[in-house]
Design a protein around this ligand. Structure first.
Ligand code: NAD
Length: 328
C-alpha cells in the first residue's frame, strides 16, 4: 500500500485531504505544528513537529512514497497583506519547502504535491475588478502583490528544479480562495468567506457588518470538496502544472456579504472600513485545468456557502457560550 505524508494536516485543507485519502484506503502519516482544532483526523500516525527543523522532516519522510505539502505560514488578508508578517511568512514557508524537498529526495520519496496560490499572479493583471487575468502563463514577468506570493513562486521553482535535477515527480496547484467548514474562522488568520460568515453570525438582525475597503473588489471562492477532488485528480494525472484549482464564479465582497446575510435570513447593512484588501480583481481561469484533467469544479458558490455558514454559526454559538461560562 502507498504510504502518504500530509504536511500541514492540522490545517484546513490538509485535514480534509487526510480524510479523503483514508476513505480511499491509503496509509497516511500527518504532520503539523498543532493538532487539528475542529476535527479528529483518522490518520495512521500523527506527528506533532516543526517542519522548519530538518531533523523533524527527516523523521516524517522516512518510508514515504508521496508527500502532499500543505504546510505554510498562512492567513487571510489581515495576516498576509499588512506587511507585519512578511519576514516570518517568507522564512518559515521557504524553510518548510526546502526541507521537504531535500529530506524527501534523500529518503527516496517519489512524488510531491505542492500547494501554490493565486497570489503568484502579477498585481498589474488584477487591477480591474471585472477583468482579472489569472491564466497560468501570465505569471511572468512576476509581480505578486505580497511576499506570500513571492515565496509561493520561489517554491514552485524549487519543486521544478528538484524534478529536473533529481528526477522526483512533482505536481503543482495554484489554489484560489478555498473555503468550507473546519477552517480558521477567527483570530486574525481567517480568510474572507469565514470572516464574513462570522460577522453575519455575530450581528443582530437589522444591524451592520464591516467590510474592508469599498467591497467592490472581486474574488472567486472554491468549496473545499472540489479542491480536494482537484488535488487528487492532479496527483493521479500525468500533468505537472502549475495549474489553477479554483472557481470561475467571480463576485464582489459586497455581494458575498449579501449572500451570507440571505442564508442567515438577516437584514444587514454593510459598513465599509479601511483594511487590507489585496488586488482589485481575481478569478480562477480553469481552461488549462479542463484541458489537462478533463475536469473542472462545478459546484455553485451558494451551496458551499450554506454549509460553511451553518458550521461557522455553530462555532460562534459555542464560543459565545464558553465565554459566558468563563465570566460567570
Ligand atoms: P492552514 O493555515 O489552515 O494550514 C496550514 C497548516 O500548516 C497549519 O495547520 C499550520 O500549523 C501548518 N504549519 C505551518 N508552518 C508549519 C511548520 N513549520 N511545521 C509544521 N506545520 C506547519 O491553511 P490552508 O488553508 O489549509 O492552506 C493549505 C495550503 O494551501 C497552504 O500552503 C496555503 O498557502 C495554500 N493555499 C491555500 C489557500 C486557501 O484559500 N485556503 C489558497 C491558496 C493557497
Amino acid at each position: 500500500m502507498k504510504r502518504i505524508l500530509v504536511s500541514g494536516a492540522g490545517g484546513f485543507i490538509g485535514g480534509h485531504l487526510v480524510k479523503r485519502l483514508k476513505r480511499e484506503g491509503l496509509w497516511v502519516r500527518a504532520v503539523d505544528l498543532k493538532h487539528h482544532e475542529y476535527t479528529r483526523l483518522p490518520v495512521d500516525e500523527f506527528v506533532l513537529g516543526d517542519l522548519r527543523d530538518p531533523s523533524v522532516v527527516s523523521y516524517v519522510v522516512a518510508g514515504i512514497d508521496e508527500i502532499y505539502q500543505l504546510a505554510a505560514d498562512m492567513g487571510g488578508a489581515g495576516y498576509l497583506f499588512t506587511g507585519d508578517n512578511d519576514a516570518d511568512v517568507m522564512h518559515n514557508s521557504a524553510l518548510v519547502n526546502l526541507n521537504i524537498l531535500e529530506c524527501g529526495r534523500l529518503a527516496g520519496v517519489k512524488k510531491f504535491f505542492y500547494s501554490s496560490s493565486a497570489c503568484v499572479y502579477p498585481e498589474s493583471n488584477q487591477m480591474d475588478s471585472d477583468n482579472p487575468n489569472c491564466a497560468e502563463d501570465s505569471v511572468y514577468p512576476a509581480q505578486p502583490d505580497s511576499e506570500y506570493g513571492w515565496e509561493k513562486l520561489f517554491s514552485e521553482r524549487i519543486y521544478l528544479a528538484y524534478m529536473r535535477n533529481y528526477g522526483v515527480q512533482v505536481r503543482l496547484a495554484r489554489f484560489h480562495n478555498i473555503f468550507g467548514p473546519q477552517g480558521t474562522w477567527m483570530g486574525g488568520r481567517e480568510k474572507v468567506p469565514a470572516a464574513i460568515c462570522r460577522k453575519v453570525a455575530e450581528a443582530a438582525d437589522g444591524g451592520n457588518i464591516e467590510v474592508w475597503g469599498d467591497g467592490k473588489q472581486s474574488r472567486s471562492f472554491l468549496y473545499i470538496d472540489e479542491c480536494i477532488e482537484g488535488i487528487r485528480r492532479l496527483m493521479e494525472s500525468n500533468f505537472i502544472g502549475p495549474v489553477n484549482i479554483g472557481s470561475e464564479e467571480m463576485i464582489t465582497i459586497n455581494e458575498l456579504a449579501r449572500r451570507v446575510s440571505a442564508i442567515a435570513r438577516k437584514k444587514l447593512g454593510i459598513r465599509h472600513v479601511p483594511g487590507p484588501q489585496g488586488v482589485r480583481g481575481r478569478n480562477s481561469d480553469n481552461r488549462l485545468l479542463a484541458k489537462k484533467l478533463g475536469w473542472a469544479p462545478s459546484c455553485p458558490l451558494c451551496e458551499g456557502l450554506e454549509e460553511t455558514y451553518r458550521w461557522v454559526e455553530t462555532q460562534v454559538r459555542e464560543h459565545t457560550a464558553v465565554a459566558a461560562l468563563q465570566t460567570e
